[in-house]
Design a protein around this ligand. Structure first.
Ligand code: AMP
Ligand code: MG
Length: 335
């Protein structure tokens, strides 16, 4: 199958493919997604097979407006409506009890479904034109860093899906914040994103950050979100997170240096850093925007090992930290 590269004036073609049960790479404000009709089991199976995604890892369903969530869920708490008023459209996914319009294939066998209303005009328009709820996981091969440009999607998916719409670089660069509801005023962050704990606190009485956001699951421990248990976001290179000052980081890299060893450091660190490196931004918003692209670029350079300066795990930095510790297989050096 030849994968078509579409531009933003060809959204009718993309919508037509979705209606026919095909899979299309679609830009969103977070990362690129692999979109298909969430209510069509066969279409959804094509997503899983294109990505090589484990069947129990659920897909998020994207809608044009939160008012449509009643069509696909059996219950919506008042708090979800309040959150939707503030954060929809945007990078927030709410896990809600699903109804029969969402097949179990889409929800990875769960009786819940993650609902998001994306703000990206291309994704929004394709949902409207197709009239379908669109299941769209990140458009990477399972386990590899998420794609933040159409060329990343082409690199992973050429020949595996019908088309990719080029909508430029993803604005945020990390996937949506995923939350579930604990009680009438409490939510739990299952995956951190650009809708931060602090932002959620402006609407919720209490926000719990799931333990698995900052660390690996223990053996046999049940994941509250299936995606937590899989290897994720990993380039071919071995990633090692280093939590330290620039001084100790530099010293550590010097002692572990060699051929094809790279460092990923902050903008502004470069001046006094004598080793092979790339930078990934000066603050957590820039780091979120760049992290997956830089991990992919390090593979292009044939990096075998990469020492990464750890971001502070607060605000958007929590999302960057969460992706990096998974990319590192939880290998963190604290100096
Ligand atoms: P991706 O589609 O690659 O952005 O990953 C979506 C992630 O959202 C999954 O790996 C899950 O961890 C999480 N998720 C989606 N739906 C649910 C759900 N119904 N319950 C819990 N977590 C979910
Ligand atoms: Mg993903």
């Amino acid at each position: 199958m030849e994968t078509l590269l579409l531009n933003e004036n060809q959204l009718d073609v993309a919508a037509e493919l979705i209606i026919k049960g095909e899979v299309v790479g679609i830009p969103t404000e977070t990362v690129y997604g692999l979109g298909a009709d969430a209510s069509d089991e066969n279409a959804v199976r094509k997503i899983f097979s294109a990505k090589g995604r484990p069947a129990d890892n659920p897909l998020i369903v994207h809608l044009a407006d939160f008012s449509e969530a009643v069509r696909y869920t059996s219950y919506i708490p008042e708090l979800a409506h309040k959150l939707a008023e503030k954060f929809c459209p945007g990078a927030l996914t709410m896990v809600l009890p699903k109804n029969d319009r969402i097949p179990l294939v889409t929800s990875g066998g769960l009786d819940t479904v993650g609902i998001r209303v994306p703000s990206h005009p291309v994704m929004h328009r394709i949902i409207e034109l197709s009239g379908k709820p669109i299941a769209a996981p990140s458009a990477n091969i399972s386990g590899y860093p998420s794609p933040t440009s159409a060329s990343h999607v082409m690199r992973d998916m050429n020949g595996r899906i019908s088309a990719v719409v080029d909508g430029g670089q993803s604005e945020y660069g990390v996937e949506s914040t995923v939350i579930s509801f604990e009680d009438e005023s409490t939510v739990r962050i299952l995956r951190p994103g650009c809708v931060t704990e602090k932002m959620l606190m402006t609407v919720c009485g209490n926000v719990i950050v799931d333990k698995a956001v900052l660390s690996g699951l223990e053996k046999n421990e049940k994941a509250s979100s299936p995606g937590m248990k899989y290897r994720h976001y990993s380039p071919k290179a071995d990633i090692i997170m280093v939590e330290s000052t620039l001084e100790s980081f530099t010293d550590y890299v010097g002692r572990h240096y060699g051929d094809n060893v790279y460092s990923l450091i902050f903008d502004g660190d470069s001046d006094n850093f004598p080793y092979r490196h790339m930078t990934y931004g000066a603050n957590s918003i820039q780091q979120a925007h760049q992290i997956f692209r830089k991990l992919r670029e390090l593979d292009d350079l044939n990096a075998v090992r990469v020492y990464v300066r750890s971001p502070e795990p607060v605000g958007v930095g929590l999302a960057v930290y969460n992706r990096l510790i998974r990319a590192a297989g939880f290998e963190v050096v604290r100096l």
